[in-house]
Write a protein that binds this ligand. Structure first.
Ligand code: SF4
Ligand code: SF4
Length: 178
């Protein structure tokens, strides 16, 4: 990778200029999962700013990018309006492409893929499809089965998936992201 390779790649794919971050730390202070992360968001931003290939490799192999739940707290707190959730999405996609997925994050990745599959085929979240897809990927067949009847009873698990009308546009969006 060239010296400026990944910074300009991030910019062209997400529109984000990571050098705008001035390390105030508000994102990390407001992130509910920062303590579980190997690199909290502000640290991850600093590592990216070093423009160092080794640091980029550490980020792509980190748990941080998979633990981020895209809650947007960091974005709402950031004085520079840096869209960290968007950045995390991009880093996850890069990690998948470069096969640098953190070993401890494999189940999260399975969930991530099952979620995307659900959105890809219906345009919405189809809970039963998501659960079945996740269980097939992880072999956690019996996990959480006890709560299913209660969810059915409360109408939280619709049998028939709801589909968006404009599937063509949906396919275009997914095609353009690959
Ligand atoms: S979007 Fe991710 S990084 Fe930002 S606060 Fe939420 S979990 Fe933390
Ligand atoms: S809140 Fe924004 S400016 Fe402050 S450290 Fe986080 S990303 Fe950087």
């Amino acid at each position: 990778m060239e010296k400026k390779g990944y910074l300009s790649e991030i910019k062209s794919n997400t529109g984000l200029n990571v050098n705008r971050c001035y390390q105030c730390g508000k994102c990390s202070a407001g992130c509910a999962v920062a303590e579980e992360m190997d690199y909290p968001p502000s640290r991850l931003m600093r590592m990216l700013q070093t423009n160092n290939k080794e640091n980029y490799g550490k980020i792509l192999a980190s748990e941080t990018i998979w633990l981020c739940v895209s809650c947007q707290n960091c974005l709402t707190r950031c004085p520079m309006e840096i869209d960290i959730p968007r950045l995390m999405d991009y880093l996850r996609e890069r990690a998948i492409k470069e096969k640098t997925i953190n070993k401890k994050s494999k189940n999260i990745l399975s969930f991530h893929k099952a979620f995307l599959d659900s959105v890809k085929y219906t345009g919405r979240l189809y809970e039963i499809g998501l659960v079945a897809d996740y269980k097939m990927r992880t072999f956690h067949v019996l996990q959480d089965m006890a709560i299913a009847p209660k969810m059915f009873a409360k109408g939280k698990l619709p049998i028939i998936p709801e589909n968006v009308k404009d599937k063509k546009q949906l396919h275009t969006i997914f095609k353009s992201s690959h």
